[in-house]
Write a protein that binds this ligand. Structure first.
Ligand code: CLF
Ligand code: SF4
Length: 498
């Protein structure tokens, strides 16, 4: 079965109104999915943008070894396929991983997906990975199982993945051309020998493509991750997107290369830069013509716990889990009730939007008016509900006359610790403002006097008037205010603070 249905044009989303085919609310996109598919993605925070506001995922770090080398990875760190650099706190045995999953499931009922994403490659550690999946399927059948792989061992594992009832597989595919691949992968370890250069890249690419086809044949949903490496594969990724869509991948996630020199990766040490937010957005938009794009990825750790963008892993260390009294049967009842309530809310949103103009269209603003990027501070739930100074990341939306669409997120350090860190505060505030480059407004539940002035000086309009409102509606309202104030006539000049 080929799954290409998330393209809004195919899905019958309102036409002629939505900027780039997206009205900013994925609830209506979800409503066009066949029920069988909707049930498989509605509570998966990575496969559904809407779900990521409400549902959480967790990773268990049971897979230490890897069978390839990527130039963006340093083995002492998490797998860069699915995680930002940072050591895994604890490597777990399958038994420990199951215990931890049950503890998280009981404590965070919104946790619906268990993923194995490193710190090496899960399928290069098949015994540990599948032992974990088998035990979890038996003990907590309501948790979706998810795996992320570089694809080298994938064709050998597809049968086992299907038997283990794995519904979601991510393959990191950075290229189709071995000449590009040899710039990214110095070697692969295959059939008991280390193979280098273009031959290595060719083997990996062939295995990835074969694995993708085999998964689609078995009706397993496939997401493709690609790392955007400027000057190496950036020009090539649109072709990758087209091909994986043709083969039936469900979703494409183009992630920026992380290459800070201090991480010690080959690319980092060699000075290979990552893309700017504007370059990433431009490529994602280019690929979106062919395929449904994921834009809310947080490049999470291989032991991440919580909503995307939050990390509650420290609450679930092995010693803390030992001390917990977990009644999973009781937790299951609570989990079901909470999941049903969230699903009902999402379905109501979808029904309210179905067949109507996108809820976030701003018809009072003339068509052709320039779009505006706005940053939003949110704790989740799809609401403007975070204090500016407490935000560790901002969601970025683009407002245009036809609608509001989600663009991505920007990570920042929270500058307000609530304590006596005034000496450092200004530097951190400047860093936050730099992270918001290109945004002309920031929406939050509250913002203090000092950041207000600094934001204004940087050409970013702070706005605390839409606290607890739905994000898309709040952004649309501020866009209308921009129009009425004559701010859409020309791009305002930014004066970066600091
Ligand atoms: Fe984990 Fe990956 Fe499954 Fe999600 S993460 S294995 S698909 S449950 Fe999600 Fe994290 Fe991005 Fe991965 S935000 S890095 S895409
Ligand atoms: Fe590192 Fe993952 Fe690449 Fe293996 S597949 S080298 S763990 S980034």
């Amino acid at each position: 079965m080929k799954l290409t249905i998330l393209d809004p044009a195919d899905a019958g989303a309102p036409k002629g109104g939505c900027a780039a085919g997206s009205c900013g609310s994925t609830a209506d996109q979800m409503s066009h999915l066949p029920e069988s598919i909707r049930q498989r993605v509605f509570n998966h925070p990575c496969y559904s943008e809407q779900a990521h506001h409400h549902f959480a995922r967790m990773h268990v770090a049971v897979a230490p070894a890897c069978n390839i080398q990527c130039h963006y990875c340093n083995r002492k760190y998490d797998c860069a396929n699915e995680s930002r650099p940072g050591v895994v706190s604890e490597l777990l045995t399958p038994e420990q991983a199951v215990k931890k999953t049950m503890a998280v499931a009981a404590t965070i009922p919104q946790m619906t997906v268990l993923g194995i994403a490193g710190p090496g490659d899960p399928l290069a550690n098949p015994d540990r990975t599948f032992a974990t999946f088998r035990m979890l399927a038996a003990q907590a059948p309501d948790i979706k199982l998810c795996v992320s792989t570089n694809g080298l061992a994938l064709p050998d594992c597809v049968e086992e993945l299907a038997r283990a009832n794995i519904e979601h597989v991510t393959i990191t595919i950075n290229c189709l051309d071995p000449a590009v691949g040899e710039e990214i992968y110095p070697w692969v370890f295959w059939k008991n020998r280390r193979i280098r250069g273009r031959e290595a890249a060719k083997i990996l690419i062939d295995r990835q493509q074969r694995g993708l086809e085999m998964l689609v044949e078995r009706d397993i949903l496939v997401k493709v991750n690609s790392v955007m490496i400027p000057g190496v594969n950036d020009e090539h990724l649109a072709e990758v997107s087209k091909e994986v869509k043709r083969k039936g991948a469900f979703l494409h996630n183009v992630m920026p290369l992380i290459s800070e020199p201090e991480h010690g990766t080959f690319f980092g040490v060699m000075g290979q830069r990552g893309p700017s937010p504007a370059e990433l957005q431009s490529l994602q938009d280019k690929c979106a013509g062919d395929m449904n794009m994921m834009r809310h990825c947080r490049q999470c750790r291989a032991d991440a716990v919580g909503l995307l963008g939050e990390d509650r892993g420290a609450e679930f260390t092995l010693d803390k889990i030992e001390a917990m009294d977990i009644d999973y049967a009781a937790a299951m009842t609570r989990r079901s009730a909470i999941h049903a309530a969230i699903d009902e809310e999402l379905q109501q949103q979808a029904a309210a939007l179905s067949g109507h103009r996108p809820a976030t269209a701003v018809p009072a603003v003339p068509a052709g008016s320039r779009p505006v990027l706005m940053a939003v501070a949110s704790k989740g739930g799809g609401l403007v509900n975070e204090h500016f100074g407490h935000a560790r990341e901002f969601l970025v939306y683009e407002a245009a006359p036809a609608g509001v669409r989600f663009i991505g997120h920007r990570k920042v350090e929270a500058y307000c610790s609530g304590g006596d860190t005034c000496g450092e505060a200004e530097t951190a505030l400047d860093r936050t403002i730099r992270a918001l480059e290109g945004c002309e407004a920031v929406l939050c539940s509250k913002v203090g006097h000092e950041p207000w002035e600094a934001l204004e000086a940087a050409g970013i309009r702070p706005n605390g008037e839409h606290g607890m409102e739905r994000i898309e509606r709040a952004v649309a309202a501020v866009y209308l205010e921009f129009y009425r104030a004559g701010r859409l006539d020309a791009r305002e000049t930014h004066h970066m603070a600091g």
